[in-house]
Design a binder for this molecule. Structure first.
Ligand SMILES: Cc1cc2nc3c(=O)[nH]c(=O)nc-3n(C[C@H](O)[C@H](O)[C@H](O)COP(=O)(O)O)c2cc1C
Length: 206
């Protein structure tokens, strides 16, 4: 799928076919995340791919879906995600030890820049979209619960989860009429209001 089309088509999906995603596609997703831009090139992110059914079942219980639709936005039994990528921030790796020379100008940035996470997550979701694989990025998660499932050590911060699977529902960008809440129509299609281009685009002046 052409990149611009993938960008236009990607919507958060919350009902999935129970068809497996290939290991190769999942590796490509993490590779796409690995190569995302990173502030000061610190690359603090790591990615835990979950495909095993028993683990997926446990991860599913740690997620909160679609606040505006609750409880209707939660995947129904038999439409749960088939894989997850858990985004971890390695706090140990981010230190001046990673610099060849002391560079005062750069030292100030030895903290994780959360913008790295957005760039990596979007790379994952757009690559997935290009292969027909749908996603939902979840920040409303039980981080303690996820840490316990995998025994994740303290130096790895659990940030968020990307749920994945081939889509079993339709979601479309909708005309914005002053409200941001997404809504389901009678056919179960999700409509996601997006601010119009002319509202957000400024050229040479505000
Ligand atoms: C940082 C972040 C956290 C999100 N957390 C959740 C979440 O916990 N649960 C959920 O169902 N959707 C979550 N979403 C998905 C948003 O609801 C969704 O992106 C938004 O409604 C726009 O829809 P779209 O992705 O289809 O364009 C999150 C999105 C972002 C960017």
């Amino acid at each position: 799928m052409e990149l611009y089309r993938a960008i236009l088509k990607r919507r958060s999906i919350r009902a999935f076919q129970q068809r497996r995603i290939s290991a190769k596609a999942l590796r490509h997703m993490v590779n796409a995340a690995r190569l995302a831009p990173s502030a000061a090139n610190l690359q603090p992110l790591e990615f835990l791919v979950v495909t095993a059914q028993t683990l997926s079942d446990q991860v599913f219980k740690q997620l909160k879906w679609a606040g505006y639709l609750a409880p209707k936005g939660t995947p129904k039994p038999g439409t749960e995600p088939v894989a997850y990528i858990i985004i971890l921030v390695n706090k140990k790796k981010v230190s001046s030890a990673m610099l060849k020379r002391d560079e005062k100008a750069i030292l100030f940035s030895f903290k994780v820049d959360r913008r790295d996470i957005g760039a990596a997550a979007e790379n994952i979701m757009l690559f997935a979209q290009s292969r027909g694989i749908a996603s939902c990025w979840l920040g409303a998660i039980n981080k303690v619960g996820i840490r316990k499932i995998f025994g994740i050590p303290r130096h790895l911060e659990v940030d968020s989860v990307i749920a994945l699977g081939y889509p079993k529902m339709v979601s479309k960008a909708a005309k914005f009429s002053g409200y941001v809440q997404y809504y389901l129509d009678s056919k179960g299609t999700l409509h996601v209001p997006k601010r119009p281009l002319n509202d957000v685009l400024h050229i040479n002046k505000i």
